[in-house]
Design a binder for this molecule. Structure first.
Ligand SMILES: NC(=O)c1ccc[n+]([C@@H]2O[C@H](COP(=O)([O-])OP(=O)(O)OC[C@H]3O[C@@H](n4cnc5c(N)ncnc54)[C@H](OP(=O)(O)O)[C@@H]3O)[C@@H](O)[C@H]2O)c1
Length: 322
């Protein structure tokens, strides 16, 4: 099959469009004929091998799985002997191991039925970013109706879902992004949009009940200034935190400090599970959640897509079509 293959870590030139063997599936896995693959920050981290912590987990010289891509949408081609929820021909989306390819294998419990309301490219952008946004808003932010929620990084992959999900939970949402994307964030339903190049939302003049820190890598003390005295801070991620640990020290300090202050300061790593993918699928099907897909590239143009994302130009999400 045709696939994007990555043998080492580096810039986009480590991504080669070539022929590889189709993946073999295990008893609890599904072989998906990929129709579209989402491009997410995690895939960039795995391509670059940055922060170096990634290499300890995924392979020292290059990724153990040479085909990149996590987010997938496609049609079931084959199922393992213990798979009960899917049969060949089903349209699905979720998280796979190596979705930048004509076929990808995925665990049965990381896939759900594709909502008919959207096409494959839209569905392919929901898994990774939608799960992070849902769990940030619902579980870690515990957003309730009427609360004021600040979304730092509202125009990106996770943020474009988080704005819509916080609205769906009844919150008053302030989205923060760069000048060129304020229209996008307003269109996602944010009640207010703040351009971070013009206003400092952490100057202490205003405070929010929940702060979702998705982009910008602000210091913990600045984030706390934007938070009500008993508010909740959820650190989802942030780029530019150094080559070795990628700024994860902010998360560690937040967790260590939290028991000693009135504010709840926390972080999390998304859980990839079918139950939450179902929640997202239902919201998409009902029209309450719309994947904000900026551009769709052909699989062979994966380098251009990853360049687009890493340059910070993506408005919401990007997808590859196969
Ligand atoms: N915890 C988890 O399990 C989990 C899961 C998924 C992702 N993540 C992490 O979450 C982070 C965001 O992922 P993503 O997919 O949303 O990335 P993305 O699509 O690249 O979006 C990044 C966002 O950060 C914004 N941003 C950049 N500088 C900013 C600043 N100074 N102030 C406010 N916002 C700023 C960008 O806004 P502009 O483009 O308008 O500048 C954009 O909205 C990444 O670090 C990723 O690794 C964590």
């Amino acid at each position: 099959m045709k696939a994007i293959v990555q043998r080492g870590y580096g810039g986009v030139d480590v991504l080669e469009f070539s022929d590889v063997e189709r993946p073999q599936i295990g008893p609890e896995e599904v072989l998906v004929r990929v129709q579209a693959a989402g491009v997410d920050r995690g895939t960039w981290h795995l391509m670059a091998g940055l922060p170096y912590l990634v290499r300890l987990m995924f392979g020292l010289r290059g990724p153990k799985n040479p085909v990149p891509g996590l987010d997938v949408a496609g049609v079931v081609e084959d199922v393992g002997e213990r798979v009960t929820r899917f049969a060949p021909g089903d349209e699905v989306f979720g998280i796979a191991a190596g979705s930048f390819a004509e076929h990808a294998r995925a665990r049965e419990d990381k896939l759900v039925a594709k909502p008919a309301k959207v096409g494959f490219p839209e569905a392919a952008t929901v898994g990774v970013s939608g799960l992070a946004a849902l769990q940030a808003v619902r579980d870690h932010g515990q957003v309730r109706p009427g609360q004021r929620v600040l979304v730092l990084g509202a125009s990106g992959g996770v943020g474009s879902f988080a704005v819509q999900l916080a609205k769906a939970h009844g919150a008053h949402v302030t989205g923060v992004c760069s000048t060129a994307k304020t229209d996008l964030v307003a269109g996602l339903g944010a009640d207010e949009v703040i351009d971070y190049t013009r206003d400092d939302v952490t100057d202490g003049r205003r405070r929010w009940d929940v702060v979702l820190d998705i982009g910008g890598n602000r210091p913990l003390r600045a984030l706390r200034r934007a938070l009500m005295p008993t508010g909740r801070l959820v650190i989802v991620g942030g780029e530019g935190g150094g080559k070795v640990v990628g700024g994860v020290d902010r998360q560690v300090r937040a967790m260590l400090l939290s028991p000693f202050v009135r504010q709840e300061l926390g972080t999390f790593i998304s859980s990839e599970n079918a139950r939450d993918l179902e929640v997202l699928a239902d919201l998409v099907q009902s029209g309450r959640l719309s994947p904000a897909v900026d551009t769709t590239y052909a699989l062979a143009d994966a380098r251009a897509a990853v360049d687009h994302l890493s340059a910070g130009r993506a408005r919401g999400k990007l997808a590859l079509t196969v």
